[in-house]
Design a protein around this ligand. Structure first.
Ligand SMILES: NC(=O)c1ccc[n+]([C@@H]2O[C@H](COP(=O)([O-])OP(=O)(O)OC[C@H]3O[C@@H](n4cnc5c(N)ncnc54)[C@H](OP(=O)(O)O)[C@@H]3O)[C@@H](O)[C@H]2O)c1
Length: 278
């Protein structure tokens, strides 16, 4: 890749964000790997030192206005531009819909949706004045289909899909491209970091048995997941694609599920998902 490209990635303490920052730096980008808690930077720090990669690690919490503004200002002062933004930071809240409070759902949207908006709106004026840029939004297969006990997470990713589809034609005139990456199940610390709705932990929850079965099914599924480097490679190819598309699937699982969704009725599709997770 052109070695003048400057990339900003959110959520680089682990998983897809960490792998993407390494992949972009290896391809020659000046890479700003951001994370909300710098004490989690040791693994990335050791990789960048070993390979002498052009990575700077800076603090950025997507839910804090000041942190976002400061990080972008810092990058512009040091590099003068931002060519690639990868909105990766995210987490999941699980729980049956009735067990979720409005506050818990707001918390989910605050990171996965408003966090992405906060960083993108901070970066856009620079990309617009450069008349170039690529914004990569990490969605999910669950941005295309909902599954039981994931209503908060799936709706936050559906929101990311709608937002990205709508901003894409607005930004084209300024030479800015938007991309959606839709990973399937990826072996990261995503499941360990997932939060369970407070009411779902209660033994009196009418959904407790259902939740337990879903959790067992999810643990089985995550073991078959792809490595985060696989998604990082797809992100890199999407950025460099000569035949640019809006959406890129990342995983055979998500490819197969979406193929089935196109062919099946909603009822048959959900029966299929139920069988897969039991
Ligand atoms: N793993 C999957 O199966 C899968 C599938 C589809 C989509 N995705 C999406 O892929 C993205 C990356 O997830 P992952 O699988 O790599 O999981 P991960 O290893 O848990 O990484 C998530 C990253 O997001 C960061 N983060 C969370 N809240 C943040 C905040 N407020 N500000 C800044 N960073 C924050 C985490 O930081 P901390 O270390 O500080 O928590 C971590 O660096 C997410 O958007 C997720 O929804 C994952």
């Amino acid at each position: 890749m052109d070695d003048k490209k400057v990339a900003l990635i959110t959520g680089c303490s682990s998983g897809i964000g960490l792998s993407t920052s390494v992949a972009l730096a290896r391809s020659g980008c000046t890479t700003y790997a951001t994370m909300r808690d710098l004490s989690k930077s040791k693994l990335l720090q050791s990789i960048l030192e070993k390979e002498k990669l052009p990575i700077s690690i800076i603090q950025l919490d997507v839910i804090e206005d000041k942190s976002v503004t400061r990080a972008i200002k810092d990058i512009i002062e040091k590099s003068g531009r931002i060519d690639i933004l990868v909105n990766n930071a995210g987490f999941g809240i699980t729980g049956a819909f009735e067990d979720l409070t409005v506050d818990e759902i707001k918390q989910q949207f605050e990171t996965n949706f408003f966090g992405l908006i906060r960083v993108t709106q901070g970066v856009l004026p620079y990309m617009r004045s450069q008349h170039s840029g690529v914004i990569v939004n990490i969605s999910s297969g669950l941005g295309r289909f909902g599954v039981a006990t994931n209503s908060a997470y799936a709706s936050s990713k559906f929101a990311v899909e709608g937002l990205t589809e709508s901003m894409s034609p607005e930004l084209k005139q300024f030479g800015i491209r938007t991309v959606l990456i839709e990973p399937g199940i990826i072996r990261t610390k995503f499941i360990q970091s997932s939060k369970l709705a407070r009411k779902s932990k209660d033994i009196t929850s009418p959904y407790r048995k259902y939740m337990e079965n879903m959790e067992k099914g999810m643990k089985k599924l995550i073991e078959c997941g792809q490595a985060p480097e696989y998604v990082a490679d797809i992100i890199l190819s999407a950025i460099q694609d000569n035949n640019p598309k809006l959406r890129y699937l990342a995983g055979q699982d998500v490819e197969q599920i979406l193929e089935a969704k196109e062919k099946l009725s909603d009822e048959d599709f959900h029966n299929m998902l139920k069988k897969m997770s039991s």
